[in-house]
Write a protein that binds this ligand. Structure first.
Ligand SMILES: Cc1cc2nc3c(=O)[nH]c(=O)nc-3n(C[C@H](O)[C@H](O)[C@H](O)COP(=O)(O)O)c2cc1C
Length: 341
């Protein structure tokens, strides 16, 4: 059973917002990763991995949607293009307690006959508007859209401006802009996150053209200096790979971006806080195949930048030690760091 800790005075004073967020990332931002991130930053908005409507309409809803109370604020990202199925998915998301439903219009998957999702939807703004309308009619939580600035060889800013304008007609006012094109044929998803050039100016222009909308930027952002610069122009910054590989960079976020005067946890305190969580998860889901490594794999980057980070990662990747299932391995790994430092 999850115990809900009442918010401290510092926390309670903070207005929840998407000023900073961790991107939806398949296979990475699962519920264990999100709990870990939450121990580093209380306020950074978190996103699930993409869940397709097919998985919710035909699959195991609980497996896809269960999450831990302490993850709030947390958004469910849906992938799909059938308005009725997306409405069903959104309704389920709201019922399970998510704070936002986000539609994936940024993933560079090729269009398939049925079940199209991702960036190919940018070619069909009216369909996206219909999807958004169906979801907004179904739920009272925010419905947001994450998208690219173009697809394939579209270079003109007008394309993304018209996309946002059309989707906004369905009532969506929050747009998360991964500021590069998606190339639908010929590039792998990984290459699609690296090769098409970043054009932050397009996101800035969207904010100028739609000043009342919440425009959040994403793509290649790594440092607080970069975040600060983007926040001069935009409402929020979403971090993907950097937040995953160097999660402790988020330790200052509560103070710096949310005005929380509380003291952030140290790395060791974060590790210690994860131990009872891991123990409880293994007790509950161990028989279903959950392993210590299923949770600790997300934590390998917490020492990034410190001398001895490698020794920490090595200890936490030792298959014999992991097989014991003892979560105190986290502290053993941290102690190695001190010894080698
Ligand atoms: C492993 C991985 C999985 C991803 N899965 C998703 C996803 O499920 N939905 C989505 O909208 N974007 C997904 N993305 C893209 C990220 O959300 C983000 O837009 C992209 O990584 C650019 O941000 P970054 O440069 O800060 O990493 C994924 C990225 C990575 C690295």
């Amino acid at each position: 059973m999850t115990t809900i800790t009442p918010p401290t005075a510092d926390q309670a004073a903070v207005v929840p917002s998407r000023r900073l967020s961790v991107a939806p990332m398949m296979d990475w931002t699962d519920r264990h990763c999100r709990v870990f991130h939450r121990h580093i930053s209380k306020h950074t908005w978190l996103y699930t991995e993409m869940v397709t409507t097919g998985a919710l309409v035909y699959g195991d809803v609980e497996r896809h949607l269960r999450f831990n109370e302490e993850e709030h604020p947390v958004a469910l990202q849906l992938g799909g293009s059938d308005p009725a199925d997306l409405a069903t998915g959104a309704r389920l998301g709201e019922k399970w307690g998510y704070d936002e439903i986000n539609l994936n219009c940024g993933c560079p998957s090729e269009r398939v006959q049925k079940g199209a999702f991702g960036a190919c939807l940018m070619a069909e703004p009216q369909l996206v508007a219909d999807c958004v309308k169906a979801m907004r009619d179904a739920v009272s939580i925010d419905v947001t859209v994450k998208h690219r600035i173009g697809i394939d060889d579209v270079q003109s800013y007008d394309f993304v401006r018209d996309f946002v304008g059309k989707v906004a007609e369905a009532g969506c006012t929050t747009f998360i802009v991964h500021a590069r094109n998606a190339i639908l044929k010929g590039l792998s998803p990984k290459e699609n996150r690296e090769i098409p050039p970043l054009k932050y100016e397009y996101a800035y222009q969207l904010k100028r053209d739609f000043p009342d909308f919440e425009i959040i930027i994403n793509g290649g952002i790594k440092t607080e200096a970069e975040i600060d610069e983007h926040l001069k122009h935009l409402d929020g910054v979403m971090l993907g790979r950097e937040a995953y590989h160097n999660p402790f960079m988020m330790a200052n976020f509560d103070q710096r971006y949310y005005g929380d005067s509380g003291v952030p946890k140290t790395r060791e305190q974060v590790l210690e806080a994860m131990i009872p969580y891991i123990q409880a998860q293994l007790a509950q889901y161990g028989a279903l195949g959950l392993k210590l490594n299923s949770i600790t794999r997300h934590m390998l980057g917490i020492m990034t930048g410190l001398p001895g980070a490698r020794a920490f990662r090595q200890t936490l990747s030792d298959s014999k030690k992991l097989a014991t299932g003892d979560a105190h391995l986290l502290l053993e790994a941290a102690a190695r760091l001190r010894i080698t430092a």
